[in-house]
Design a binder for this molecule. Structure first.
Ligand SMILES: Nc1ncnc2c1ncn2[C@@H]1O[C@H](COP(=O)(O)OP(=O)(O)O)[C@@H](O)[C@H]1O
Ligand SMILES: O=C(CO)[C@@H](O)[C@H](O)COP(=O)(O)O
Length: 503
């Protein structure tokens, strides 16, 4: 009666689920909200100890009898965060996160040293966009020189949690590909990207060894005791939250598109070969199952709906009721939801805007709908790049907090003109981490199913949540999306003009 625990260290909270694979049942779910340190310069940081405190709190809420049944743990984490660690294993500074846009100068410097965005894509498969880990290193050298001088190891958020759990340092390919340093074609660190980031220092010495996705390590005895877990619990390789959500939504074979409506909006698909875009239209990441994961990420998804809900004084959980009387197109309102700067499209210093206001349409329902539509259209913009390159999908698996909204599920079906289903386990990343733990536990015991079999057997979709495209709504959204694109093109043009050197 073993239990497999999935932990997801998200931006807004840490979530724990405990899964009983024999009963095919999640037997415990716990969450702990996280704070965020936000600066006017676009910086977004968290203390690594907050993640650990939240994990302790989640385990403390699990019944002791359940904790005693845990066999393995998998850790999913927000991608790209930079956790600087010294030789003793102590964290030197707050972690700069995926949504931190204070390092755009450093992104430009790295790209210039690597032959521009095209040079980076040729070397490693990805340009260095705001948020990726690479630019956080030269930023640290400039702004936190004492941290830079004591830096002995670079870890990503879930790597740090794994390190805390086991005392071992490693990285797996999925989250490593989000650093910008991993050549996703060869699955090796690109020495030229590392040198373009820091010409004075051998950064490869700061990076932990890369391990395969089905690897696992033993929990440290003192941590097992502190958490009330048995000695010998295995900790799987883990992965970035999108990579783990791919597992948790059953996206371990081609054809399905997963979409996550969380703080960030993401869509991604499994591939059995590197899928690199020479124009950098998507992130050419690896998966955390031994394959690849072309991905689109927007920085403002539930950030937009949540901000509007807060402004009007309602909870986003009641958002469907608030927008019940509104129609596709939000009465003519168009929102560019770039409240935190944006990565897709690459507008790190963009700000949000609301267009088309008149004396009749400015209701809280329309503004909330415009935020939801804007966040959905931004994902559609990235999706257009994937389909233009020939990738094809026949269904969407929706996850993340926003997938709990029936209105949002229908909107996604109508805007993408694809059927949408929500997996039975709506916490896709945490559930994926639990399934990876199950996989690696089988491997460690000399057998077990492969990950595709595990996903097929354990990931089901919730029939009640299925949304199918509605012809009239899809047509209304098509025309409204064109308006969104016109406003977006204007914002991109204005960004390009402001970046053009003055004569
Ligand atoms: N019923 C709902 N309708 C709309 N949005 C929701 C609903 N339930 C949750 N959310 C949104 O989902 C967000 C949390 O998403 P989640 O995927 O858990 O975040 P993270 O990206 O930090 O992992 C909440 O802040 C809220 O804005
Ligand atoms: O940066 C990306 C993907 O490239 C984000 O998707 C992060 O991985 C954060 O995820 P959430 O906290 O929104 O789940």
């Amino acid at each position: 009666m073993s239990l497999f625990v999935g932990l997801d260290v998200g931006t807004q909270s840490v979530k724990l689920i405990a899964y009983d694979p024999q009963a095919r049942k999640v037997v415990a779910t716990h969450g702990q909200v996280l704070e965020l340190i936000a600066g006017d310069d676009g910086s977004r940081e968290q203390h690594a100890r907050w993640w650990i405190d939240a994990i302790r709190a989640c385990f403390a809420r699990m019944e002791p009898a359940q904790r005693a049944r845990v066999s393995a743990i998998g850790v999913s984490g927000q991608q790209h965060g930079f956790v600087p660690v010294d030789a003793a294993g102590d964290v030197l500074a707050p972690a700069k996160l995926w949504c931190d846009t204070s390092t755009t100068v450093e992104c430009d410097e790295i790209m210039a040293a690597a032959g521009g965005a095209k040079g980076c894509i040729a070397l490693a498969g990805n340009p260095i966009l705001a948020g990726y880990t690479a630019s956080k290193l030269p930023w640290t050298r400039k702004h936190r020189p004492e941290v830079y001088s004591r830096l002995a190891a670079i870890m990503l958020p879930h790597d740090y949690v794994n390190f805390w759990l086991t005392g071992e340092r490693w990285m797996e390919y999925g989250d490593a590909s989000g650093t910008g340093w991993l050549d996703v074609r060869t699955r090796r660190w690109s020495s030229r990207m590392l040198a373009a980031t820091d010409a004075q220092r051998d950064l490869s010495a700061l990076l932990p060894p890369l391990v395969e996705a089905d690897a696992s390590f033993t929990i440290a005895a003192n941590i097992a005791e502190a958490l009330g877990l048995p000695h010998g619990v295995r900790v799987s390789a883990g992965g970035g939250d999108n990579m783990m959500a791919a597992v948790g939504t059953g996206n371990v074979a081609s054809g399905v598109l997963s979409m996550s409506l969380g703080t960030s909006g993401t869509l991604f698909a499994h591939a059995d070969h590197p899928v690199v875009d020479e124009a950098g239209g998507w992130a050419a990441f690896c998966s955390s199952t031994g394959g690849w994961l072309p991905l689109i990420c927007t920085m403002n998804c539930t950030v937009a709906t949540e901000s509007v809900a807060r402004m009007f004084g309602f909870s986003s959980r009641d958002g469907d009721a608030v927008m019940a009387d509104t129609a596709p197109g939000a009465g003519g309102l168009v929102m560019l939801p770039f409240l935190n700067g944006e990565r897709t499209p690459d507008l790190p210093h963009a700000r949000g805007s609301l267009h088309g206001m008149d004396s009749t349409n400015l209701t809280r329902g329309n503004v909330y709908r415009a935020a939801m539509e804007g966040a959905t259209y931004a994902l559609r913009y990235g999706y257009d790049a994937l389909t233009a390159a020939g990738l094809q999908f026949d269904a969407i698996r929706l996850t993340g907090g926003g997938s709990q909204s029936a209105a949002w599920r229908q909107m996604v079906a109508d805007v993408f003109e694809l059927p949408v289903a929500v997996p039975e386990q709506s916490e896709g990343a945490a559930f994926g981490a639990a399934l990876q733990a199950l996989w690696s536990h089988g491997r460690a015991n000399g057998g077990g199913d492969d990950i595709a079999t595990i996903a097929r057997e354990h990931v089901g979709t919730d029939a009640a949540s299925v949304a199918r495209p509605d012809g009239n709504a899809a047509s209304a959204y098509r025309s409204h999306y064109r308006q969104f694109r016109r406003h977006l093109d204007a914002a991109m043009q204005s960004h390009a003009n402001s970046n053009t050197p003055k004569p």
